[in-house]
Design a protein around this ligand. Structure first.
Ligand SMILES: [Zn+2]
Length: 246
């Protein structure tokens, strides 16, 4: 079984976010079928207020509970409202985690948010950037909240930046038990292989950033790494099952 731990659907509203608008559920399901993906964690695209985005996810999961796992997003600049939305998503709708994208207006994780994620055994997926301060501060956050599985999306950023940032993420993941990495939009398959060599396959999760990026691409990258069967199983499924308590 393959579980994609990083996908987005939704209409979106911020027109400066040019690739995450009009991400349809039908397109995501078609991509999942084409790539042979059984289940996906789905999260909203970018909104100023996430009420509508969370509702899009709730409806999608309700329609396909066997294939979709809900993740929230929230605008932490309005913390009381954000906490209310995340509490409802985790407590009432059965979502299993949330994503925070500080550079698309979500703000930064706060202590009350981390306490809430701890309370619900929920995962935190962070968009990461290739900046040493960012990676270090996310690593500190994971250390401060050891019961929250923290996932560094994109292993430090996406695009042809320097692989030293992937290495830094992997080194931090190797020494912090609850810190993990995902494969979404990692530029080169060799970087994924390097990360696994540093922090172990149990710290790397398959993610794609579908439907803005086809999930068959990171699957092909993983194939090119020629991992052992047990490494491949952990990356594609086992780690997600463990962290999401499936
Ligand atoms: Zn994403």
């Amino acid at each position: 079984m393959i579980i994609d731990t990083h996908t987005h659907i939704g209409l979106g509203e911020k027109f400066e976010d040019t690739f995450q608008i009009d991400q349809s559920l039908d397109l995501l399901l078609a991509q999942m079928d084409e790539a042979g993906i059984a289940k996906a964690c789905i999260m909203p695209v970018t909104y100023h207020d996430y009420e509508f985005g969370i509702e899009e996810i709730r409806q999608a999961v309700a329609a396909h509970p066997d294939r979709l796992i809900g993740y929230a997003r929230a605008n932490l600049h309005d913390e009381p409202r954000a906490l209310d939305q995340v509490r409802r998503a985790l407590g009432d709708y059965g979502f299993r985690g949330m994503k925070v994208h500080p550079w698309q207006g979500d703000g930064w994780p706060t202590r009350p948010l981390m306490d809430l994620l701890t309370q619900f055994d929920a995962c935190l997926l962070l968009h990461t950037r290739p900046e040493i301060d960012v990676i270090n501060s996310f690593a500190r956050l994971a250390e401060d909240y050891p019961n929250v599985p923290v996932i560094l999306g994109h292993m430090g950023g996406f695009g042809p930046y320097w692989p030293g940032f992937v290495k830094l993420c992997a080194v931090e993941a190797s020494r912090i038990p609850n810190l993990h990495l995902d494969t979404a939009r990692v530029f080169d398959h060799g970087w994924i292989k390097m990360a696994v060599e540093i922090c172990g396959a149990e710290k790397v999760l398959f993610g794609s950033d579908a439907c803005a990026a086809h999930p068959a691409i990171p699957l092909k990258q993983i194939e090119l790494c020629h991992f052992t069967d047990s490494e491949r199983d952990l990356i594609l499924c086992g780690n997600a099952k463990r962290l999401l308590r499936l």
